[in-house]
Design a protein. Structure first.
Ligand code: HEM
Length: 110
């Protein structure tokens, strides 16, 4: 299992402009090998905030296939002309060495 994070530097106070775009189901959600994603905000001191899109995949090959897919292209059509509030973007890939979850039984809320 791997985690790939896209760390995006955003103009202070404008993180919601990016995070809002992730509220709805997109094209990644049914892509083979995709497990889940979190969109995180780091409200930093200074004049930028950080939004981290953290995605979890079965294998690096699955992520690579998505990166080369029409599904990725369709959601990144902005190409080189990215939205004004995005200042920079850094991609980091991690192997998941250990993963643990709570063993407390959660109540079934249906
Ligand atoms: C320069 C690089 C990138 C920039 C500036 C960027 C920015 C964006 C933006 C603005 C959207 C929203 C599109 C919309 O309005 O629907 C988006 C979608 C997305 N981005 Fe990126 N992105 C970049 C590369 C990546 C990479 C390498 C990843 C891998 C972690 C990633 C993960 C995602 C995901 C998961 C979505 C949602 C796709 C979906 O819902 O199907 N992005 N990105």
């Amino acid at each position: 299992m791997i985690i790939v994070k896209n760390t995006v530097k955003i103009t202070k106070g404008e993180a919601h402009k990016l995070t809002d775009r992730f509220q709805q189901t997109g094209l990644i959600d049914s892509f083979p090998g995709f497990i889940d994603l979190d969109v995180l905000i780091n409200r930093k001191e200074g004049d930028t905030d950080e939004v981290i899109i953290s995605t979890r995949w079965e294998t690096f090959e699955d992520f690579s296939r998505w990166l080369g897919s029409d599904e990725f292209r369709q959601k990144h059509k902005h190409g080189k002309k990215q939205p004004d509030f995005i200042q920079s973007s850094v991609i980091t890939t991690y192997d998941v060495a250990v993963s643990r979850k709570s063993i407390v039984q959660k109540e079934n809320v249906s």
